[in-house]
Design a binder for this molecule. Structure first.
Ligand SMILES: Nc1ncnc2c1ncn2[C@@H]1O[C@H](COP(=O)(O)OP(=O)(O)OP(=O)(O)O)[C@@H](O)[C@H]1O
Length: 354
């Protein structure tokens, strides 16, 4: 979203380091996130993509320590915010960070907005709690935030309840609530999935605009590569609880090296084009408890060899900021070059058509 690609040498705002989040269930240990690392710099938007069940949300909820424990358990790794390990903080210290320095917007606003409080009061209470503002100043901030997210007549709307608003407007309220304390990090989990295409584009524009004004880093969790092309500077592709590819956004679209990334791109509705039938990725994401010894994508992959079934491919650097976990990446790269993906690979154009 910004010129942050030049800030690579700055200390990271947020760093996830070999994170392992597991669930202890009656059926055994579910390794939902199993050794994931990524960094987020100030002013940057990092996309996290993958199909349902890949561990995107569990990673995000781990950052905010919002997972119920038990059954969730941190089995290893660290999460550092400006160098502070969040996993070592007390619950009280964590409450100062959550919703204040690191905020999250969820897919479905009704799950995080309180139905019995006016939207103005919900925003005002957040800033009273975290920033010690008085009642009057907090209400003024609430109205200002509603104006910032482009809600018309914010004074009047602040006194309304969530059910009096449309889906798109509720999503804006949730963004206002998440940004009310001017956080350093915003985690947006599928922020536009439930919305129609026009509202989706407006919300993404709004986030981009607010990021430019407030300078926060954004983690954009999505299964939609159109959203990635539109908004992100860098992308992490997750599969079955692991990172399988990471690259600057242009590089990922020009040279996807993991068969899974390529398959995700080929199955995008707006990118496959031509009204032809969409290619689907055969098979399903395996449940974390059903993973074999080798590459988790092997059962669905057209490039699988004996080695892929036997051992997990390590994440390997293949270019500036580009890493991939695939033994056959070179072969995938050759095929990508010989048979370009069935859509325009310029991110801006791809996003425009999304
Ligand atoms: N409380 C839980 N107990 C056991 N397993 C869980 C629990 N919560 C999540 N999981 C498992 O963790 C894995 C990752 O889930 P996660 O919600 O992070 O996926 P996701 O990529 O965000 O998918 P979606 O896009 O549908 O949200 C899934 O296999 C899920 O079933």
């Amino acid at each position: 979203m910004t010129a942050s690609r030049d800030l690579r040498d700055d200390p990271p705002l947020l760093e996830i380091d070999e994170l392992r989040t597991h669930f202890d269930t009656l059926a055994g240990t579910v390794r939902s996130v199993d050794g994931v690392s990524y960094r987020l710099n100030a002013g940057e938007t990092l996309g996290i993509v993958g199909e349902s069940g890949c561990g995107k949300s569990v990673t995000a909820l781990s950052i905010l320590r919002l997972l119920p424990s038990p059954p969730a358990r941190f089995a290893g790794g660290a999460i550092r915010f400006r160098g502070i390990d969040l996993l070592s903080l007390s619950e009280r210290e964590m409450r100062d960070i959550r919703g204040n320095r690191i905020s999250m917007i969820f897919q479905e606003p009704m799950t995080s907005l309180n139905p019995v409080l006016t939207v103005g009061r919900q925003i005002a209470e957040t800033v009273m709690l975290h920033q010690g503002l008085g009642r009057r100043a907090a209400w003024a901030r609430a109205v200002e935030m509603l104006r910032l997210v482009q809600i018309a007549e914010p004074d009047r709307r602040a006194a309304e309840y969530p059910h009096q608003m449309s889906g798109g407007m509720r999503q804006r309220v949730m963004i206002a609530l998440a940004l009310a304390c001017h956080p350093d990090v915003l985690i947006a989990d599928e922020p536009t999935t439930a919305l129609d295409v026009t509202i989706q584009a407006q919300i993404l524009d709004l986030l981009r605009d607010l990021q430019a004004r407030l300078g926060m880093g954004i983690i954009m969790i999505t299964h939609d590569l159109g959203v990635v092309a539109e908004c992100c500077d860098r992308v992490v592709v997750m599969y079955a609880g692991r990172k399988v590819e990471e690259a600057p956004v242009e590089d990922l679209f020009d040279r996807p090296l993991h068969p899974y990334t390529r398959a995700l791109m080929a199955s995008m509705p707006s990118m496959a084009g031509g009204g032809s039938r969409l290619p689907e990725i055969p098979g399903m994401v395996p449940a974390p408890q059903d993973l074999g010894a080798g590459c988790a994508f092997a059962p669905r992959c057209a490039f699988t060899t004996e080695r892929c079934r036997r051992e997990p491919p390590p994440l390997t650097a293949v270019g500036a900021g580009h890493a991939v976990a695939c033994f056959e990446a070179e072969r995938v790269g050759c095929i990508t070059a010989a048979f370009p993906l069935p859509f325009q690979t310029s991110p801006s154009q791809a996003g425009a058509s999304a």
